[in-house]
Ligand binder design. Structure first.
Ligand code: GLA
Length: 382
């Protein structure tokens, strides 16, 4: 497993949801510092990723260069700064001639851009799909072309496929060299769907998390992950992406579900100014341990609504009892639905409390939009 680039889901931060086009080297350096000082690095966050709008242009030699006003020290120096803190550096391009933001992209320049990124010290490339051909065959070809160009550089670079699930990338993302592939359109900072600036629907965390990942669990595992888009925890309606923001409860449910789904954990709020609730959510080691479990299974719905399970190494289980509704509800995990039998220790991973030994079922009262996240350990295993 150790030769895989992403044996467990990648963890890090991206500039997009919080800052959109407003990226510069002071911001990125500040985020790297905050990733260390806030304790995010200690719990596993590693990648510091610049999304769209870093570009200055393409020089006469054909090479991409960063915006000289906003990145005056250049990308190599920025990568060095990030690496010196024990973190990794991610950047963004697109399979077409232009990025979604209209900046120069990599079509026809795959080898040169891969070489440039490797020379800068890039460790992660998110590769978008604006202005690229609609059909699946072209997408497979263009993504394979870039992943092969990255491999040819000899530098390990995680390859993040972002074609929004439109061509069912879970069927081919791994074969063309991806370690993760977006399964949906863009997320909103909202429990429910919310209009984008252009008027189409951005997806609420409720729909992306509970509805749009069902059935995709067969395609995820060590080295290749379904990506239901970045986290919005802590944006509170003040980030770049639209949305009214969520309550602490809703952000906790979003984070918990992404952990059970073995989703990449890419935070996007301003790590330099996290409020205590945001920090507590993003750094809950016990919930993160479900996400990073070495077995690498993606959690799935077992019902009754809304019980989700993620099988873990050593016969343990992560279990989520969720309430999508607007009234308090009793949610019950039945051992028969979890496909287990016998006695299990049950630990509540938000209360950080052992609840006792249970057999047959476990029930909890769950507030609207809230969740109870459990770790089940076979009694015989302790
Ligand atoms: C697309 C992607 C987003 C972000 C923007 C940047 O919409 O899905 O995640 O990268 O492009 O322009």
């Amino acid at each position: 497993m150790s030769d895989l680039l992403a044996p467990t889901p990648p963890m890090g931060w991206s500039s997009w949801n919080g800052f959109g086009p407003h990226v510069n080297e002071e911001l990125i350096k500040g985020i790297a510092d905050a990733m260390v000082s806030s304790g995010m690095k200690d719990v596993g966050y590693t990648y510091v990723n610049i999304d769209d709008f870093w570009h200055g242009g393409r020089g006469e030699d054909g090479r991409l260069f960063p915006d000289p006003q906003r990145f005056p020290s250049g990308m190599k120096a920025l990568a060095d700064y990030i690496h010196a803190r024990g973190l990794k550096f991610g950047i963004y391009s697109d399979a077409g001639p232009k990025t979604c933001g209209g900046r120069p992209a990599s079509e026809g320049y795959e080898e040169l851009d891969a070489q440039t990124f490797a020379e800068w010290g890039v460790d992660y490339l998110k590769y978008d799909y604006c202005y690229a051909p609609e059909d699946r065959g072209s997408a497979e070809r263009l993504y394979r072309k870039m992943s092969e160009a990255l491999k040819a550089t000899g530098r390990p670079i995680v390859f993040s496929i972002c074609e929004w699930g439109q061509r069912r990338p879970w069927l081919w993302g791994r074969q063309v060299g991806g370690q993760l592939w977006r399964t949906t359109g863009d997320i909103a900072d909202s429990w429910s769907d919310w209009p984008s600036r252009q008027g189409y629907a951005l997806l609420g965390i409720d729909r992306i998390g509970f509805d749009l990942q069902r059935g995709l669990e067969a395609y995820a595992g060590p080295g290749g992950w379904n990506d239901p888009d970045m986290l919005v925890v802590g944006l509170r309606g003040k980030g770049f992406i639209p949305g009214p923001g969520c309550t602490d409860t809703e952000y906790r449910t979003h984070f918990s579900l992404w952990c059970l789904l073995a989703a990449p954990l890419i935070a996007s709020c301003d790590l330099r100014h996290m409020d205590p609730a945001t920090r507590d959510i993003l750094t809950n080691r016990e919930v993160i341990a479900l996400n990073q479990d070495p077995l690498g299974r993606q959690g799935y719905w077992v019902g009754p609504a809304e019980v989700w399970v993620k099988p873990l190494a050593g016969g343990e289980l992560g279990v989520g009892l969720f309430n999508r509704g607007n009234e308090r509800a009793t949610v019950t995990a039945h051992w028969s639905n979890l496909e287990i039998s016998g006695r299990y220790h049950v630990r509540d991973l938000w209360q950080h409390a052992d609840l006792g030994v249970f057999e047959g079922k476990f029930s909890a009262e769950v507030a609207p939009h809230d969740c109870v996240i459990l770790r089940l350990t076979p009694e015989t295993a302790r």
